[in-house]
Design a protein around this ligand. Structure first.
Ligand SMILES: NC(=O)c1ccc[n+]([C@@H]2O[C@H](COP(=O)([O-])OP(=O)(O)OC[C@H]3O[C@@H](n4cnc5c(N)ncnc54)[C@H](O)[C@@H]3O)[C@@H](O)[C@H]2O)c1
Length: 331
C-alpha cells in the first residue's frame, strides 16, 4: 500500500518508514523537520518538507499522492512545554491534525493510523492499563491526543473513516543495524539521557523520586522497542478494511521496568558507570505506567520481539556509540 507518513523524519516515524519498506509497502514522507532529520529517511523515499499546519500544502500533497493510508506521527510531545505553552500544542497536535483529516476526506483517503499515548490515561488508579481504562489526562499534551481520539470517534460514523489509535508507552531502542535511532533535542527520555551521561556527552542523570511505592522506590515504565511499535502499525492495516471501523490499542510489552533497572541495563551493556543522583519527585509523574497489550497481541497478532530492557538498551547503545552526535544536523 502507499502510505503517507506524517512526521516520518522523526524518531518513531523514521523507523516505521523502514519497516514499511521491509514489508513491501510504499512510504511517502511529509515532515517540516522542526524536530525530524532528513537523513533518517532513505533517499529513495519521496519527501515533502511541509508543515501540516498549512492546509493548502497538505491538500496539494494529498491530491498528488492519493495514499491508501495516512500514518500520523507529527506532533509536539514535551509535557512540560505543553503546560507552559498550551496553544502551541493545541495548534500543532489538534488543529494541524484537523487539516490532515480534512484533506484526506476531501481526496477520498479514509484509512488513518494515529500516534496516541499512555499520557491520555493521566494518573491511573489501576495497573496494567487496558484500552478501557479511564482516560483523564493531566497535562495539555495528553489532552491534545485525547482530543484527536475524540475527533476520530466522531468522524468514523459520520464519514466512514477507519482508524487505529495506537497508545504508545515508552518508545525506545534503535534500528538493529544502528543506522537510525533517537536524536531529540531537547532530549527528555530516560534511556538516551542515561547513555549520554555514561558517555560524558550529557550531564549526570537526575532520578526524580526514590520514595515511590514501587519495589526499588523509583518510577516504573513500560519500554517498547521502536521497531516493535512500527510493526504494530503495519499490522493495524488489517483492521482498517471496514469503513468506519474504530480501533484502539495499548502498545507496550507489559513489563514494568524501574529507573534504577534502566540505569543498571545501561551500565551492563556499556561497561560504563552512569553518574546519577536522586532529586525530588516531579509533579504529575505516576509511580507506575505499564500496558496490558493483550488486545494488540490477540487482534493484530502482534508479538514484540524485544521483551526485556537489556536488548532494547543495547540497540540504543549501538546507535549512540556509532553516532555520538546523532544525525549531526542540530540547529
Ligand atoms: N517517543 C515516545 O516515547 C512516544 C510515546 C507516546 C506517544 N508518542 C507520539 O508518537 C509520535 C512520534 O513521536 P517521536 O518520539 O517520533 O517524535 P519526533 O519529534 O521525533 O517526531 C515527530 C516528527 O513530526 C514532525 N512534525 C511535528 N509537527 C509537524 C508539523 N506541523 N508538520 C510537519 N511535521 C511535523 C517533526 O519534525 C518530527 O520529525 C508523536 O505524536 C508523539 O506524541 C511518542
Amino acid at each position: 500500500m502507499k502510505v503517507l507518513v506524517a512526521g516520518g523524519a522523526g524518531y518513531i516515524g523514521s523507523h516505521c518508514v523502514r519497516q514499511l519498506i521491509a514489508a513491501g509497502h510504499e512510504p511517502v514522507v511529509v515532515d517540516n523537520l522542526v524536530y525530524g532529520h532528513r537523513a533518517a529517511v532513505p533517499a529513495t523515499v519521496r519527501f515533502h518538507c511541509n508543515d501540516l499546519g498549512h492546509p493548502d500544502a497538505i491538500d496539494a500533497i494529498m491530491a498528488a499522492e492519493k495514499p491508501d493510508v495516512v500514518m500520523h506521527f507529527a506532533a509536539f510531545a514535551y509535557v512540560g512545554e505543553s503546560v507552559t505553552n498550551p496553544l502551541k500544542y493545541y495548534q500543532n497536535n489538534v488543529a494541524a491534525t484537523l487539516h490532515v483529516l480534512e484533506a484526506m476526506l476531501k481526496h477520498g483517503v479514509n484509512k488513518f493510523v494515529f500516534s496516541s499515548t499512555c499520557a491520555t490515561f493521566g494518573i491511573p488508579e489501576k495497573m496494567p492499563l487496558t484500552e478501557d481504562s479511564p482516560q483523564k489526562p493531566i497535562n495539555p499534551y495528553g489532552q491534545t491526543k485525547l482530543d484527536v481520539e475524540n475527533m476520530l470517534k466522531a468522524l468514523a460514523p459520520a464519514t466512514g473513516l477507519s482508524f487505529a489509535s495506537l497508545r504508545y508507552f515508552n518508545a525506545a531502542g534503535a534500528s538493529e543495524d544502528a543506522v537510525i535511532g533517537e536524536d531529540h533535542e531537547p532530549e527528555s527520555h530516560l534511556i538516551p539521557l542515561a547513555i549520554g551521561a555514561a558517555q560524558g556527552s550529557r550531564p549526570a542523570l537526575q532520578i526524580f523520586g526514590n520514595d515511590y511505592p514501587t519495589p526499588d522506590g523509583t518510577c516504573l515504565r513500560d519500554y517498547v522497542h521502536v521497531d516493535d511499535l512500527s510493526r504494530a502499525h503495519i499490522a493495524a492495516f488489517a483492521k482498517l478494511t471496514t469503513p468506519g471501523s474504530q480501533n484502539f490499542y495499548n502498545l507496550g510489552t507489559g513489563t514494568p521496568t524501574s529507573v534504577l533497572e534502566v540505569i543498571k541495563a545501561v551500565e551492563t551493556v556499556s561497561g560504563l558507570k552512569v553518574p546519577a543522583s536522586f532529586a525530588p519527585r516531579r509533579a504529575g509523574d505516576p509511580p507506575a505506567l505499564y500496558a496490558d497489550a493483550t488486545k494488540a497481541r490477540r487482534d493484530l497478532n502482534w508479538t514484540p520481539k524485544f521483551t526485556s530492557i537489556e536488548p532494547i538498551v543495547a540497540a540504543a547503545w549501538r546507535w549512540h556509540q556509532s553516532k555520538p552526535k546523532g544525525y549531526g544536523d542540530r540547529k
